[in-house]
Design a protein around this ligand. Structure first.
Ligand code: DC
Length: 235
């Protein structure tokens, strides 16, 4: 089935933390000339705002106040294609969004109903024109059930912990792998057990394991699925 004429194709990639969504999503977007939208940044920005305001990330009032105060904006990387920098108003918050403090608190704010409601419209607005790869936990199930192709990535906890550790180390951080494994485990539990928009594969999602596949191989599999649906020519 081809994409509706009014907009370009939308490909969603959902899955647990550190499964490879960002790496695969950016590579895929680059190969297609699409934008890549990482919806986790919306929730990370709310967690950061809550903590910086001295609020409680478990409090709907505090987290919603932070969500409403956000003036989130994404800046391109030098290629102009990715939302590589994130701003709150004029303030560049890119590095702060991957701090251990945000890692610890983001699942708490993102299970709050009012926060999710406040983040829905900005995400849908960002997807409006299509030609986009959107990453998250509930993009194919809640934010954009009408997406042209839904991918769900999965990988074992050990592989994900290794990847996150390496990613943080490459970004200049120093974290113990046991702490990372514990944080991922805690987030998986909160993200998949929450009552609103829990992490789960959409019934019509293509499920891909990234345990033994390189990012290039996963991108190849997604492109093949796009071609099979007539969204692109070839694979
Ligand atoms: O993808 P990430 O690790 O940056 O996501 C951070 C957190 O944000 C994750 O633990 C759950 C939440 N999140 C969400 O609830 N819904 C999304 N669509 C994306 C992220």
């Amino acid at each position: 089935m081809s994409a509706p004429a009014a907009r370009g194709p939308i490909v969603t990639i959902d899955g647990p933390a550190a499964v490879g969504k960002t790496t695969v999503g950016r590579m895929l977007a680059e190969s297609l000339g699409y934008l890549c939208l990482d919806s986790g940044l919306f929730y990370r920005a709310v967690a950061l705002g809550t903590v910086r305001a001295g609020g409680d990330p478990d409090s709907p009032d505090d987290a919603l106040a932070a969500a409403q105060a956000l003036r989130l904006r994404f800046g391109p990387d030098p290629s102009g294609r990715f939302a590589a920098r994130t701003f709150d108003g004029a303030c560049d918050i890119t590095e702060a969004l991957i701090s251990p403090e945000v890692d610890r608190t983001v699942s708490l704010v993102s299970r709050i109903r009012e926060v999710r409601a406040a983040m829905l419209e900005p995400q849908r607005e960002a997807l409006r024109e299509g030609n986009i790869v959107a990453l998250g936990r509930d993009i194919g199930t809640v934010v954009c059930p009408e997406a042209d192709l839904k991918i769900y990535l999965d990988a074992s906890p050990d592989v994900r912990a290794q990847r996150r550790w390496k990613e943080r180390r490459d970004a200049g951080g120093q974290m113990d792998i046991a702490d990372i494994r514990e944080n991922l485990h805690a987030r998986d539990r909160i993200d998949s057990q929450r009552s609103i928009a829990p992490l789960q594969a959409a019934p019509d999602a293509v499920i891909i394991s990234t345990d033994d596949a390189t990012p290039g191989e996963v991108v190849g599999a997604i492109r093949a699925a796009m071609a099979a649906r007539g969204l692109i020519r070839g694979g």
